[in-house]
Write a protein that binds this ligand. Structure first.
Ligand code: AMP
Ligand code: MG
Length: 430
């Protein structure tokens, strides 16, 4: 057996960051910026009103509010968003103005609609208090000035950042393109789709969980279907995938059984780079990894048991594909939690990953419970888990002790009554 860290390093070394390219702005969500971008336009692009109201000259209202002082201003027109006033606001005058409309020449403040009265069918507006110069005015460049960094190299593109870039008129964004990842299930016992299950067969779960795990990260999943335990079929599937995938994930066929053909085919097709590993973890001990000849495409041979396949994805595929996407934080966050269950185990040379439910208590302390059904074929516990408790080789942790917990899905908290997860614990900013 080899330590997990050694296996992970072997994989990461073969999965370099993708070369910079561009994607359409509306397809950039979740990508990592390959360059910094400076603003070429100010935002707002012109001085405008932040309220529906009246644009006026503040000096005209200086005496208003004291004694019987009311400023009576002549309304000279209306400014709508998108249509500047044809004319100016002179002394003793005002213009009705809408939110986002350009402040007319001459005006230097806005009095909101709610704070004024009008007379003579709106021809005169009465201002009952002094309006400060600049009140309810948004200045040119108040949000973004020309030359400001609107996107920093290495940052992750979020919905808000897409809006900031759109406000600059950008249509393409320089990013490290996200990988297209092929997913192939292997095994003579697998059937896909509906219909009665023939004797001895099982339904293919892994292809669907792996495709979903890939899509959850924003990457493109390429469904490569099911191959039997047959070398020729597997070779055909890999050959067909190499032109449309940047990485390939298979499940099944990497154990020590007679028909474990993934490792055989990979060793033929990866020019000696393939390594078949027994990783010192449970579940997901067997793992094969190699790079396809000529193409540099990494192939991840995950074990077939459904929980093992998912854990292996978490520990190998996700960090590697994050690296290919330009991220520098590759692994899930790990926090220390109080064990609310017995997490004792026996020494066996392996690190155990237990399907668990992590929550935060009223005092902000992480707590963790183990789920029932910890065998590697029991996918329901993995389906309910939001965390994996990490138990290093040894005797484990008794109830009340401290356990390291890898958060799989910090957004999904545990039982009712648990406080929401603090945002500082959410993983993976770059
Ligand atoms: P293997 O790694 O091929 O030895 O498979 C280990 C176990 O996982 C066996 O019980 C397989 O039937 C099961 N298995 C393999 N592939 C899948 C799959 N795609 N979906 C569900 N179970 C699978
Ligand atoms: Mg098999």
């Amino acid at each position: 057996m080899i330590p997990l860290s050694e296996a992970q390093q072997f994989v990461l070394d073969a999965c370099p960051r993708s070369a910079a390219g561009t994607v359409l702005l509306d397809h950039a969500l979740g990508c990592v910026a390959a360059e910094s971008i400076l603003a070429t336009e100010p935002v707002p692009p012109f001085v405008n009103s932040s309220m529906d109201g009246y644009a006026l000259r503040a000096a005209d209202t200086a005496g208003a509010g004291a004694g019987d002082g009311v400023a009576r201003l002549q309304v000279v027109g209306t400014v709508m968003a998108g249509a500047p006033l044809d004319g100016t606001v002179g002394p003793g005058q005002a213009a009705r103005i809408m939110t986002g409309a350009p402040l007319p020449t001459g005006a230097d403040a806005v009095s909101p609609l709610e704070e004024v009265r009008t007379e003579r069918d709106g021809a005169v507006v009465l201002i009952e208090g002094a309006v400060a110069p600049g009140a309810f005015v948004r200045w040119t460049g108040q949000d973004v000035a020309v030359g400001d960094v609107v996107l920093e190299q290495g940052s992750v593109i979020t919905p808000g950042r897409i809006g900031v870039l759109a406000a600059q008129g950008l249509t393409d964004v320089p990013v490290h393109p996200m990988p297209r990842i092929g997913v192939l299930s292997t095994g003579d016992e697998l059937v896909s789709g509906p219909g009665p299950l023939p004797p001895g067969k099982i339904r293919d779960a892994n292809r669907h969980t792996l495709i979903a795990l890939i899509r959850q990260e924003g990457w493109t999943a390429v469904d490569l279907g099911v191959a039997g335990d047959d070398e020729a079929a597997l070779e055909r599937a890999l050959d067909g995938a190499r032109h449309r995938c940047d990485a390939i994930v298979t499940s099944g066929g990497v154990s020590v059984g007679d028909l474990d053909v993934v490792k055989l085919v990979l060793s033929k097709r990866s020019a000696g780079t393939m390594r078949w590993m027994q990783v010192a973890i449970r579940p997901a001990k067997p793992f094969a990894f190699g790079v396809l000849d000529g193409s540099g495409i990494p192939v991840f041979g995950l074990p077939g048991n459904p929980v093992s396949a998912m854990v292996s994805f978490e520990l190998f595929v996700r960090p590697a594909a994050r690296r290919m996407s330009g991220h520098t934080t590759l692994h899930r966050p790990v926090v220390a939690a109080v064990a609310d269950d017995d997490f004792r185990r026996r020494p066996d040379g392996k690190v155990h990953y237990l399907r668990s439910l992590a929550t935060v208590d009223q005092g902000g302390q992480w707590r963790v419970r183990r789920l029932a059904g910890q065998e590697s074929h029991q996918l329901t516990a993995m389906a309910e888990a939001n965390a994996l408790a990490v138990l290093p080789d040894g005797d484990g942790v008794p109830d009340g002790g401290h356990v390291q917990v890898m958060l799989l899905d910090p957004g999904r908290v545990g039982p009712a009554g648990a406080s929401p997860v603090p945002s500082s614990s959410r993983g993976g900013v770059t």
